[in-house]
Design a protein around this ligand. Structure first.
Ligand SMILES: Nc1ncnc2c1ncn2[C@@H]1O[C@H](COP(=O)(O)OP(=O)(O)OP(=O)(O)O)[C@@H](O)[C@H]1O
Length: 672
């Protein structure tokens, strides 16, 4: 078996990608066509008269061209039947439809309810072929890491009974097919093998993978990540892989998934696929059935064939479809992924032609990443180019044909039958068996007997020795077998540990990425919060300003509102006003006080002057003394008076005039 698994590199055979073309019928005979059929393998593309750019006629060759009259059966027979034969030989196959939106890709792969396309026909053919050689359900189980486990028939039966009980409560699975099929079957299948079929259905929407069979109950499909298994095959982590036992069951699952697929109404197609969808069939072959119809499963390898049907979303020029918003985003994502596919194929071809070693950017898009294995020799690749021959589609058809030209130049390694190691699981036994018990039950055969050699009975002794030799030889043979089994188990265990380790590492990396993303988002959130606060403050200020301005313009000053903003300014202004008022009051008070003082002083002086006059009038003898006293009093009061301003000066002048009068009176008195 090891020989089967290992590949001898020297014997590597290359195979080109098979490219077919299918022409969609024109709506009516009056419609102009830009595609002419030259031969069953050649078409010519003619530039329509009304085209702005004049281009020469171009010829394109395909493996086969299906005209608008070709039936779904014809397409199936030529394209899919050989892939099914490969599938039964444990070889992988990839079939994808490519073309402009509305050119008939979904029609070719899925078809209509009563006129099925390639995919339903394939499912039917598989079940027609394995009819009597189906394994009981749940004997082979997906390990959710692209591998399989095998359990014994009793455990499988118990699980199946449980499922039946459950499904009876809910709904009956495996409805009848909506069409009657002709019973096509693969002729050459290994009739001694037992088979079982698994299906998955995923879509790639806006470069994210979603599981269309996910029935976990959440309304929104959860995104999935791509992983590499222990044999370097790409797979969708945690994808729901369902074991189906009839074509009806598989078709029902497909329909359920198709309802979840993102479709949309565009100008060019009422039911346009907005995502790339991949329906995957895995046919698992287990062991051989002997003459008495007993399954021998001790080979430890499963023969697994995989067939992937890819319905690519159509390339579209947004100015033609007039898409906007969400549809525009979808369209650009579709075009980007198709561009990546084209890019990868171009580099692959360039590497093969020039013998160069340029890195192929499979990781650029999920679409190319998931099919990396196929382009690296993991299986047979086929493509159907769908074309709508209307003159309006000329430009886009030209791009599609160029892509087809590149694709059919690409060579991939011819696929080989795939054998995958599996893990045997035995629930009932494993639960009871402790490691100690296992050691106890491990025996190399019949117990070594105790023999006693009797020299007197030589014949008996010789017979005993013969018997012992026989037992020992059988034990030796058994021990060799056991050792081999042990080595095998050890190898499997190692592989399992390696894959668990890989899984663990991938999880760690993923966790780290998620953590980084989370921290980044947290920082961003914090920044946005601060900015929001700032903006809120700014907004409040602007609002206040606006209110104050509105207030100023709309209401008279006496009725103006005191808003939050002008309140503050008013407060400060009020404060200023109050200080100014205080100053003014102080000033007034000082002024009054000064005036008051001046008045009292003047009154005092007047009083003194009056008294002096009276004295002068009453006594002539004391005139000189009185005059002296008057002089001193006058000087004193004048000094005081000089400190006063303005009005007080008048008083001084008045007192001087009084003084002059007095002097004159005195002089008159003396002369007399
Ligand atoms: N060969 C054909 N014969 C008859 N009808 C066809 C054929 N090809 C396509 N059609 C019809 O044309 C319409 C558009 O086809 P379809 O949905 O398969 O296009 P598509 O390429 O998958 O488009 P999109 O990329 O937008 O999903 C459908 O109504 C389909 O029935």
């Amino acid at each position: 078996m090891a020989k089967k698994v290992s590949k001898e590199k020297s014997k590597v055979e290359l195979d080109t990608v098979s490219v077919f073309c299918r022409l969609k019928p024109l709506k009516d005979d009056t419609e102009l066509s830009c595609i002419k059929l030259i031969s069953p393998t050649v078409i010519s593309l003619t530039c329509p008269n009304e085209s702005k750019v004049v281009r020469k006629d171009a010829h394109y060759t395909f493996k086969h061209i299906f005209t608008s009259y070709s039936s779904q059966q014809e397409v199936f027979d030529r394209v899919a039947y050989p892939l099914l034969e490969n599938l039964f030989n444990g070889k992988n196959g990839l079939l994808f439809t490519y073309g402009v939106t509305g050119s008939g890709k979904t029609y070719t792969l899925t078809g209509e309810h009563y006129n099925p396309g390639i995919m339903p026909r394939c499912i039917d053919t598989i079940f027609n072929s394995i009819k009597s050689n189906q394994l009981p359900k749940f004997m082979v189980k997906s390990d959710r890491m692209n591998g399989f486990d095998v359990q014994n028939a009793n455990d499988a039966k118990a699980e199946s009974l449980l499922e039946n009980k459950f499904s009876k409560k809910n709904k009956k699975k495996g409805e009848k097919l909506p069409y009657t099929y002709d019973g096509t079957a693969i002729v050459e299948i290994n009739a001694t093998s037992m088979y079982t079929v698994f299906v998955t259905y995923i879509e790639i929407y806006n470069n994210t993978v979603y599981d269309l069979l996910d029935e976990s109950g959440t309304k929104v499909l959860q995104s999935k990540i791509l992983r590499e298994d222990s044999q370097k095959n790409m797979y969708v982590n945690g994808v729901v892989e369902v074991e189906v036992k009839s074509a009806g069951e598989a078709y029902e699952l497909f329909n359920a998934g198709h309802k979840r697929k993102r479709m949309g109404n565009t100008l060019l197609n009422a039911e346009s696929s907005r995502s790339h969808s991949i329906f995957n069939i895995r046919l698992v072959q287990l062991g051989n059935v002997n003459n008495s119809n007993v399954l021998l499963t001790d080979e430890n390898f499963l023969k697994i064939g995989q067939l992937s049907f890819v319905d690519l979303a159509g390339s579209e020029r947004c100015n033609r479809t007039q898409t906007t918003g969400m549809r525009l985003k979808e369209a650009s994502s579709i075009n980007n992924s198709l561009m990546s596919l084209r890019n990868c194929l171009e580099i692959l071809r360039e590497n093969q032609v020039n013998n160069s070693n340029r890195l192929i950017p499979y990781r650029e898009s999920r679409l190319t990443h998931i099919f990396k294995n196929y382009f690296e020799g993991g299986g047979k690749v086929e493509m159907i180019v769908c074309a709508n021959p209307t003159a309006n589609d000329f430009e886009e058809n030209m791009h599609v044909m160029k892509f087809a030209e590149i694709t059919q130049d690409v060579k991939v390694i011819k696929p080989e039958s795939r054998y995958t190691p599996y893990r045997k699981i035995c629930k009932a036994k494993e639960a009871n068996d402790t490691p100690v018990n296992k050691v106890k039950t491990l025996s190399h055969g019949t117990k070594i007997p105790y023999i006693k050699l009797d020299p007197e009975n030589i014949d008996d002794s010789i017979a005993s020795i013969h018997n012992l030799t026989k037992i020992l030889l059988s034990r030796k043979r058994n021990s060799v077998v056991h050792n081999r089994e042990l080595n095998m188990k050890e190898k499997q265990l190692r592989e399992k540990i390696c894959s668990i380790n890989q899984e663990h590492n991938a999880n760690l990396i993923e966790m780290k990425n998620v953590q980084q993303q989370f921290n980044k988002m947290k920082r961003k959130c914090h920044r946005l919060e601060t900015k929001a606060q700032e903006l809120q403050m700014l907004n409040e200020m602007v609002q206040c300003k606006k209110e104050s301005h509105t207030d100023t313009f709309t209401t008279p000053p006496s009725q103006r509102k005191e808003t939050h903003y002008n309140k503050r300014t008013l407060d400060s202004q009020r404060q200023k006003i109050s200080t100014v008022k205080q100053d003014n009051a102080n000033f007034e008070y000082n002024k009054k006080m000064r005036k008051h003082r001046e008045n009292t002083e003047l009154a005092n002086t007047d009083e003194k002057v009056k008294r002096v006059r009276e004295m002068l009038a009453n006594s002539d003898i004391s005139v000189i003394r009185a005059k002296q006293k008057f002089e001193s009093l006058f000087t004193e009061s004048t000094n005081k008076m000089f400190t006063l301003k303005g009005s007080s000066r008048k008083q001084i002048r008045r007192s001087r005039s009084v003084d002059n009068v007095l002097r004159r009176q005195n002089s008159d008195d003396i002369s007399e």
